[in-house]
Ligand binder design. Structure first.
Ligand code: DWN
Ligand code: ZN
Length: 421
């Protein structure tokens, strides 16, 4: 695939001038992370020798509907190719989070053998497996071959497709409509945002609910979580922007829950009938009160990101000047943004470890850090480990007591770089 990039550079991306949600043409850029490689595109040994193409990573605010979004759209066929390495089941915390979500819907909606639960971007069956165990019919939809095959292996039927409005119409015809539609960390990834939401409307029963999770814009700004910005994430949602997006397709954002996962997320409950609960009214009022629906709210963000970068680079340089060795934990997409924006690579960081066996043996995009198994920390005993998967820091540090006992220390990069031992 890399070779194709070389033959036709630029064929695989488009710079948007209109808002991905409302189509407005007054987009106001407020952060430029430079031209960066695709964060999820881990490299094999042979790919290291080839030119690694990069794409602009500029973030803008839409004053017409409050949506925050990146301006470059890279073709989904490239972003989510079969080499896409993300498997949800490598995180016990995420598995527990998903199980609790499924059981809550099962209970509240009194689902049973005549129900249908669909998940968009169902990955390796990590969530739908909980419905299968409770004899509720399911259907997963995911364009990545690897995770889809893994899902089928555990008894979760999965269609290996991109979810589009057209696909949704056919699905409703052939499979009927769903009582519950899940979509976790997918809405931000789709290039046809409106088509995706219109598709949800097409596959929901009139009494159905779509339960959708996405990272929340407010903690991203408050905790300087700039590394969660990469080409796979086209949109960064406030509740204000979500409410406008769903209403445009006759769907109503009736309930919202705030979650700590992935650095701060929202779980929204969207239905074909309007019965907005206090949780939504309160959060919309809060966003209005703090100005999350105004461009001025983002004015300082770029300088705060740059200050974090300078702080982290200085800390790493100081540790290296003192002769210390440094590794990293988490071959995460956010890790690629962090390393590449801060200009960190193998001259400062020797390797990165990750539990996902599909990532081990590959290399991080741009920085080219080799990805090893977590046991390498106890074996190679780096003095410090930069926690690239900071959203799972507690879980990971709990696993690395042996490394800590040897005197190892972690560097947590956000919201401000700090050393924890
Ligand atoms: O939208 C997305 C967000 C929500 O999750 C996807 N684009 C992919 C993913 O983002 P990410 O690539 O930054 O992934 P994570 O899940 O934040 O990164 C965690 C990484 O750390 C994974 O590669 C798995 C790994 N890990 C590990 O090695 N040991 C995770 C845990 C919990 C562990 O104990
Ligand atoms: Zn807009």
């Amino acid at each position: 695939m890399n070779q194709i990039f070389l033959e036709q550079p630029g064929k695989y991306s488009r710079t948007e001038t209109c808002c991905r949600s409302c189509g407005g043409n007054s987009l106001e850029p407020f952060l430029d992370l430079g031209s960066t490689p695709l964060a999820d595109r881990l490299l094999t040994q042979e790919m290291l020798e080839e030119l690694e193409l990069t794409f602009p990573l500029v973030v803008a605010f839409c004053p017409d509907c409050s949506l925050v979004q990146i301006l470059e759209t890279v073709a989904p066929e490239i972003l989510f190719a079969d080499a896409y390495p993300y498997y949800s089941s490598f995180s016990p915390a995420l598995m527990e989070h998903s199980r609790a979500n499924a059981l809550a819907q099962l209970e509240e909606r009194k689902l049973g053998p005549s129900s249908l639960v669909v998940e968009l971007a169902s990955n390796d069956g990590y969530l739908l497996r909980n419905y299968v165990e409770n004899c509720v019919p399911v259907m997963g939809i995911d364009p990545a071959d690897g995770p889809a095959a893994a899902a089928r292996k555990i008894g979760v039927p999965t269609l290996c497709e991109f979810f589009t409005e057209e696909f949704a119409a056919d699905f409703a015809e052939s499979h009927g409509r769903a009582d519950v539609v899940h979509g976790n960390n997918v809405l931000a990834h789709v290039s046809d945002t409106n088509g995706f939401v219109a598709g949800i409307a097409k596959i929901l029963k009139p009494t159905g609910v779509a339960v959708i999770e996405m990272p929340y814009l407010l903690p991203l700004i408050e905790h300087i979580e700039f590394d969660t910005i990469y080409h796979e994430h086209l949109c960064y949602f406030s509740l204000t922007a979500l409410d406008k997006l769903f209403r445009r397709h006759g769907l109503f954002l009736n309930r919202v829950e705030e979650l700590s996962i992935h650095g701060g997320s929202l779980r929204i409950f969207v239905e074909p009938s309007e019965r907005v609960e206090q949780s939504v009214i309160r959060m919309l009022a809060h966003e209005r009160a703090i100005g999350l629906d105004q461009a001025s709210f983002f004015a300082e963000f770029s300088s705060r990101v740059d200050a974090l970068r300078k702080e982290l680079v200085a800390l790493i340089a100081d540790l290296k000047a003192k002769g210390h060795s440094i590794a990293a934990y988490g071959a995460a997409a956010k890790g690629a943004t962090m390393l590449n924006y801060c200009g960190l690579d193998r001259s400062q960081i020797d390797f990165v470890v990750d539990r996902n066996v599909n990532k081990q043996g590959k290399f991080m995009p741009g920085a080219h850090l080799p990805i090893l198994e977590p046991e390498a920390l106890a074996e190679r005993k780096p003095d410090y480990v930069l926690m690239l998967a900071w959203n799972f820091a507690d879980e990971i540090i709990a696993q690395q007591q042996a490394y800590l006992a040897q005197g190892g220390q972690f560097i947590i990069p956000v919201p401000h770089p700090r050393i924890v031992a």
